[in-house]
Design a protein around this ligand. Sequence first.
Ligand code: NDP
Ligand code: OXD
Length: 320
Amino acid sequence: MNKSPILLNIKWDGLAKKSAFEKALPDHPFLNLADGMPSEEQLADVKYAVVWKPEHGFLATLPNLEVIFSLGAGVDHVLEDKQLPNLPIVRFVDANLTGRMVEWVVLQVLMHLRHQRKYDSFQRISQWNEIFPQPAAGNLTVGIMGFGELGQASAKGLQPLGFNLCGWSRFKKSMDGVECFHGEDGLESFLAKTDILVSLLPYTSATHGILNRDLISKLSRKGPFGAPVLINAGRGGSQVEADIVACLSEGLLHGVSLDVFEAEPLPKDSPLWSFDNAIITPHMAAVSDPAALAKHVATQVTRYEAGDELEHLVDRSRGY
Ligand code: NDP
Ligand code: OXD
């Protein structure tokens, strides 16, 4: 029996496609929009689409589409399509992606803890300068906003280093060694404890602009740096960049690490580029690995075709 083609709108090169998707799902042909628009007849056969920022209205034109796969863990790029068909959406949840995010979060927390940006600047002028005192991890609390797959894994990555940890989510959570807060009622207490804030929130109407001056003003100032650090790898729509710039200028933030931005790529004239204590990365904290993504899609397609429930389904009413 001919298997339905899998539609990809991924701008990966042919080699990555071949070695990833064709290996994971050898029986399914592929239609990659990067190779040009397939014919109407070909599109009519498509049951599964793997997408990243699909053109609005496009998925609604596929008459036999049954499952939408997000190339990433975040699904805001799919849900913002007003003509999105009412079909199951599977997001990318995977050890490879999670591991990459944990690496990025741990790296950024340590960059600030160990004054790495300052040491880089001393090195550039051949200056042997030691910064005193060097606080230990246990002198700071890292607060993780968005305590889901990535947030909890990041807490587990930071835990062995000795940081105090707290997490904030929408619904109640518990994890050994982590003080958990939830909901709007728990937010202020969470912020008051937090010296280094890590946001791994999805972008929804509730998280739009949440990382603003008001929130920053509620973070702890009792930590060893006298001002908090903000780290965001969730979504840029959750941060108010004008407020972050102002807080950096006024010393209300000790430093920031930002991987996501209100507009991407971050415009060349953004003031964020110019702060020594702002670490900017180009939305690469946890990129989706082609082989891992293909394996994940293959697992879910196999489950679906065997009549089993799809995993990692998006709850549209929550928006993530
Ligand atoms: P999850 O859905 O597993 O976790 C999301 C967490 O955010 C949950 O704990 C959820 O609470 C919490 N949350 C959502 N809305 C609110 C709210 N209004 N108030 C309080 N808490 C809230 O997602 P992942 O951890 O897998 O991914 C998180 C995000 O990371 C993605 O949506 C994406 O935007 C971003 N991302 C960025 C990448 C990058 O490279 N920069 C790579 C991958 C992902 P609850 O558990 O109670 O529902
Ligand atoms: C994701 C991302 O959502 O890379 O996976 O941003």
